[in-house]
Design a protein around this ligand. Structure first.
Ligand code: NAI
Length: 441
């Protein structure tokens, strides 16, 4: 279902009317395309306090490799990166204001503001207070900045471990990720790819629910990044699945992920060296308020969205089906983080996914060299959301800082960043792809 309001708001009369009446003013977001894969222009590198990211292969070197021209001053930057790792007291926090206040207006439409913070030090309540303050700052700036621009906070101690993340955030691939706090550090090995344009070359990825919607976009994006894709979906979707797999040069596995032997059948379908990327995307909704919800609606949703994710993850990890350097990306939902009327079953299953990710991540990294993260989509334009009644759909689309729904490719690009061999230090994160939705913000 096309977003006609977004198209209208981009016209001259639309701009006039929305400005005059105070209606939302969503901007057409810039997304990745083969012709325009990256931003071009200047990146403003600012610092507040004494940076902890200096050094020979420090932040300046990493930013220099993004393809943007790094400057200490710029009239029209496409992105501003503020290194606030050295902010340890309220006095230096004022430098955050001093650095961004004069430049925020000049950041180009669809541009980026990225604040870099330090991990919170529980033993130092002054440092903890001001580093936590950065979260409130970033989330508020995300809500007021407008014009398709996004604002993100990264917590890190090592710029090279964050290179894949900085490249993702400083590119059109992260168009619908805003208002997020992402922690980087620990986790598994960080492997720099030979070719940043084909980071998954020679790797195999399995995507569940790949016959349509977000899963199809994930499979296509991982294939673009060089992966051989194994596309899994229910036998009832076999023709669509075969078409997707054929188009991507991958293979199709028609299998109900809830079947008891699913893990064994996945293992049997994999190449002998095993799997590098496992994307748990298959999911269903069976909405009813709890008072009207039959047990079957509860159990079917919990089985597809959570129990089968747990079962197949355990089966693959215990059989060594995921190679060292592997990546697991599960699909949560903002409904699981915020709660949603009529979705006690769905929200329970998706909150469960977030719990699984946070608990398994350190162990999977230590024992298998595998990272475990989740994407939590907000309102994404798919067949699932096209079926939502008009008024609720319109509210869902607009109730976020970017004033529009996301596209399946936005979730896919975020998945591809988490699946990246250089994203080994991103582990146990639940990253919302929601345009900074007001739900559960
Ligand atoms: P969709 O309904 O378009 O596609 C889901 C796919 O999963 C379908 O091809 C379906 O056949 C497959 N599937 C369902 N049960 C399966 C099973 N037992 N075994 C194997 N495959 C199975 O859904 P969409 O919108 O693409 O969503 C994908 C994921 O993203 C789901 O986990 C969903 O909960 C989640 N999500 C979607 C949001 C949205 O706005 N569309 C928002 C938040 C989360």
């Amino acid at each position: 279902m096309a977003d006609r309001y977004l198209s209208f708001a981009g016209t001259a009369p639309g701009r006039f009317l929305t400005r005059r009446t105070g209606l939302p003013q969503p901007a057409a977001l810039r997304r990745w395309s083969a012709e325009h894969p990256r931003f071009e222009g200047e990146l403003l590198h600012l610092t507040a306090g004494k940076s902890s990211l200096d050094g020979p292969d420090g932040l300046a070197a990493v930013l220099g490799r993004t393809g943007l021209t790094v400057r200490a001053e710029s009239e029209r930057p496409v992105a501003a990166v503020l290194d606030a790792t050295g902010v340890t007291d309220v006095g230096t926090l004022a430098e955050v204001h001093a650095a961004l206040h004069p430049v925020v207006r000049s950041v180009a439409g669809s541009g980026r503001v990225i604040v870099l913070g330090a991990p919170i030090d529980a033993a130092d309540h002054h440092q903890a207070a001001v580093q936590q303050a950065l979260e409130g700052f970033v989330r508020s700036l995300g809500k007021e900045i407008g014009r398709g621009r996004t604002v993100t906070l990264l917590r890190l101690t090592d710029a090279t471990a964050a290179e894949s993340t900085l490249r993702f955030l400083l590119s059109p691939k992260s168009a619908y990720v805003s208002g997020q706090v992402i922690g980087i550090g620990g986790g598994a090995e960080v492997t720099t790819p030979e070719d940043w344009a084909l980071p998954l070359a020679g790797r195999t990825a399995l995507v569940t629910g790949a016959a349509r919607g977000i899963g199809e976009a994930v499979a296509a994006t991982l294939a673009r990044d060089g992966a051989r894709v194994v596309c899994l979906d229910v036998p009832g979707a076999a023709p669509e699945l075969a078409a997707v797999a054929g188009r991507l040069g991958g293979s199709a596995l028609a299998l109900d992920i809830t079947s008891p032997d699913a893990g064994a059948r996945i293992l049997a379908a994999l190449p002998s060296e095993g799997l590098d990327v496992l994307v748990h995307n298959a999911g269903i909704t069976r909405d009813r308020r709890l008072v009207n919800m039959a047990a079957e609606r509860w159990s079917s949703v919990l089985d597809v969205n959570l129990a089968s994710v747990l079962r197949s993850t355990d089966a693959l990890l215990s059989a060594g089906g995921l190679r060292s350097g592997g990546r697991i990306v599960a699909t949560a939902s903002i409904a699981g983080l915020a709660g949603n009327a009529g979705q006690t079953n769905y929200a329970a299953s998706k909150a469960g996914v977030a719990g699984l990710v946070r608990a398994l991540a350190p162990r999977a990294a230590a024992e298998h060299g595998v990272t475990v993260n989740a994407v939590a989509p907000g309102f994404i334009e798919t067949k699932m959301t096209a079926a939502v009644p008009l008024f609720i759909r319109e509210a869902g689309r607009r109730m976020n800082s970017l004033g529009q729904g996301g596209l399946p490719v936005d979730v896919a690009e975020t998945t591809a960043w988490l699946a990246h061999p250089a994203s080994g230090a991103v582990n146990g994160q639940v990253v919302r792809v929601c345009g900074q939705s007001l739900l559960g913000a």
